[in-house]
Design a protein around this ligand. Structure first.
Ligand code: ADP
Length: 314
């Protein structure tokens, strides 16, 4: 759920002031009733008005108290997530920097053979990629929150875009052949969309699919044209799965399923928030399905149809 501090604070303040005013009015009213008790009890209409007003005011105060409790719980959860997020950010920034430093020091000091030098450079590129992807996610999340996600629509050959995203994930996790397969049907499928946004989405989904799987992973990306002439894209893994009670939260900002096997894997809880907002911008809706722990996860969305396919059939 998106959280807007400016809007969230005005409403509770107004509600709080109104409740205090109502409580004071109620108290003064009852004091007056007690003081003028004899006089009032002789007037039936005054009694019923006082009674009715008292009950309504009491109900209103109770309702505001309940709303306040809900609001407070939401704030506390958000703060807890932000604290976890800051821990993750610190980790995500520090660990690739430490690793880069180590590689540079090793390259500078030692007489390494060519093979080892290549390995060091590959590790450094991997760290730079990780930092880059992380910073992209943060910037994209901030743009989305401030409603500044621009669309530069162009003709996209889906196979080329998915190949780039898959190559990125294969390199990052050093996947063996067959751990990640991509099937585009038809293979020359083209669509009008925003290439960068779609690539960020696919990278995030594929990255998660591998990250939350035990190795060797079995991850599939399938894209096809639906009956209603839209493009359906599905990323399926056979990894740790998502317990049903957490399914509706995984697209929230900073949300990570609070389980050990998730905490043991690096993450910030931003990837799916960014991916789902980007898919929405592209005209689709990201959906998640999982039958529970250890049953794998499926991420699916549809995008507006491929004009190239329409031209072929007409
Ligand atoms: P993170 O940086 O933690 O991976 P995401 O926003 O990408 O953040 O995902 C949010 C949470 O959803 C993850 O922390 C994880 O608990 C869960 N999740 C996402 N993708 C998968 C998946 N393919 N399999 C299992 N759990 C997943």
């Amino acid at each position: 759920m998106a959280f807007d501090p400016a809007r969230s604070i005005t409403v509770p303040i107004v509600m709080g002031v109104a409740t205090v005013a109502l409580s004071i009015a109620l108290l003064v009213g009852w004091i007056l009733v007690i003081v003028r008790n004899v006089e009032l009890t002789q007037r039936v209409w005054a009694n019923s008005w006082l009674m009715g007003g008292g009950v309504v005011s009491f109900a209103a105060i109770m309702a505001v108290l309940v709303l306040f409790s809900v609001f407070l719980t939401r704030e506390i959860r958000q703060t807890q997530r932000q604290v976890r997020f800051i821990d993750s950010v610190t980790h995500e920034l520090k660990s690739p920097l430490a690793s880069l430093r180590l590689c540079v020091e090793t390259l500078a000091r030692r007489d390494l053979d060519r093979e080892r030098q290549r390995e060091m450079l590959r590790m450094m590129l991997d760290d730079i990629d990780r930092l880059g992807a992380f910073i992209d996610d943060i910037l994209e999340a901030s743009r989305i929150r401030h409603g500044r996600s621009d669309l530069a629509v162009s003709r996209v050959v889906l196979q080329e875009l998915t190949d780039r995203a898959a190559r990125h994930v294969r390199t990052r996790y050093q996947l063996e052949d067959g751990e990640l397969t991509v099937t585009i049907e038809p293979p020359d499928l083209e669509l009008n969309t925003e290439a960068t946004g779609l690539e960020v989405v696919l990278r995030n989904l594929l990255d998660n699919a591998v990250k939350y799987s035990d190795r060797p992973a079995t991850v599939r990306l399938d894209a096809r044209i639906t009956r209603s002439d839209r493009v359906s894209i599905e990323v399926v893994d056979n990894g740790i799965g998502i317990p049903s009670e957490h399914l509706s939260h995984v697209f929230d900002r900073f949300y990570r399923v609070p389980e050990e096997n998730v905490a043991a894997r690096r993450g910030t809880g931003l990837g799916l928030y960014v991916a789902s907002a980007l898919v929405r911008n592209l005209g689709g809706q990201l959906q998640v399905a999982s039958a529970g722990p250890r049953t794998g996860t499926t991420m699916r969305f549809e995008l507006p149809g491929p004009p190239a396919a329409k031209e072929r059939t007409s």
